[in-house]
Ligand binder design. Structure first.
Ligand SMILES: [Zn+2]
Length: 254
């Protein structure tokens, strides 16, 4: 089996969008534009098995300088082409097309979209919140990269009393086959255990709201923000993302 991953095109958003549209056609998924960002359409890919409740949410590319997230999600989808339609999936292939094209964290107006979910005047965020309306997912995963990470790591947020068990360490084990796990005891100022940072969240901690917190508060009792080290080789980072998604989906769907 061959895959159409080409490292030199990882920042080519139009190429990414074309590949998703073609994949959606082949897999019988709905691929729709839910808004625009700068002049680029924002894509949402949903499977026929998705219902309002208990779906799996996967998003990538809210930071444009983190191309292993967008390529990793696409690789995972490609590897599972035959099964996608039977899985309850809600996927956002790239939330910041301009950023991806220009290799920038921010959008065309210099905004960090992942610090904008408390705002009501950002068109991309408004469109994102709109397309999420009515969904209550059983699990969400936001894909990222970090330039000063020393390996793969993640944040895991579960609602108090959530029936789900923590799964972060299992995702890191799967990803760690491709990229070593960040074993620092403190990552981004937070206590970490073998790459896993567990967080309880409260509204007042988020005057500035990232995507994962918005999901945790409104749409998802169990949320993971997954990070690969962006100084590591791109192909391995892409595989690490795909492996972590695969493990998460296996566990969540049992
Ligand atoms: Zn990021």
């Amino acid at each position: 089996m061959t895959f159409d991953f080409q490292a030199h095109r990882a920042h080519d958003y139009l190429y990414l969008a074309r590949r998703w549209k073609s994949l959606a056609r082949r897999a019988n998924l709905r691929c729709e534009s839910f808004g625009t960002s700068d002049e680029y359409e924002l894509l949402c890919v949903r499977s026929p098995a998705l219902e309002a409740k208990e779906g799996i949410y996967l998003s990538a590319g809210i930071h444009g300088d983190e191309p292993a997230s967008t390529e990793g999600l696409y690789l995972w989808a490609q590897l599972n082409l035959k099964y996608l339609r039977r899985l309850p999936l809600f996927m956002l292939p790239c939330l910041n097309p301009w950023g991806l094209i220009h290799n920038r964290r921010v959008d065309a107006d210099g905004r960090d979209l992942n610090r904008s979910y408390h705002l009501d005047n950002v068109p991309e965020i408004k469109a994102h919140k709109e397309v999420l309306k009515g969904y209550s997912f059983s699990f969400s995963m936001c894909l990222h990269e970090d330039y000063d990470a020393q390996g793969v790591y993640l944040y895991e947020v579960r609602h108090r009393g959530s029936a789900d068990r923590p799964i972060g360490l299992e995702l890191l084990t799967a990803a760690g086959y491709y990229v070593p796990v960040d074993l620092r005891r403190k990552i981004e100022g937070r206590k970490a255990l073998q790459g896993s940072i567990k967080r309880r969240i409260r509204h007042k901690q988020f005057p500035v709201m990232p995507e994962a917190a918005y999901l945790a508060f409104n749409h998802s009792p169990h949320t993971i923000t997954f990070e690969t080290p962006s100084e590591y080789e791109l192909g391995a980072r892409v595989q690490a993302h795909a492996a972590a998604i695969q493990r998460a989906v296996e566990i969540v769907l049992g």
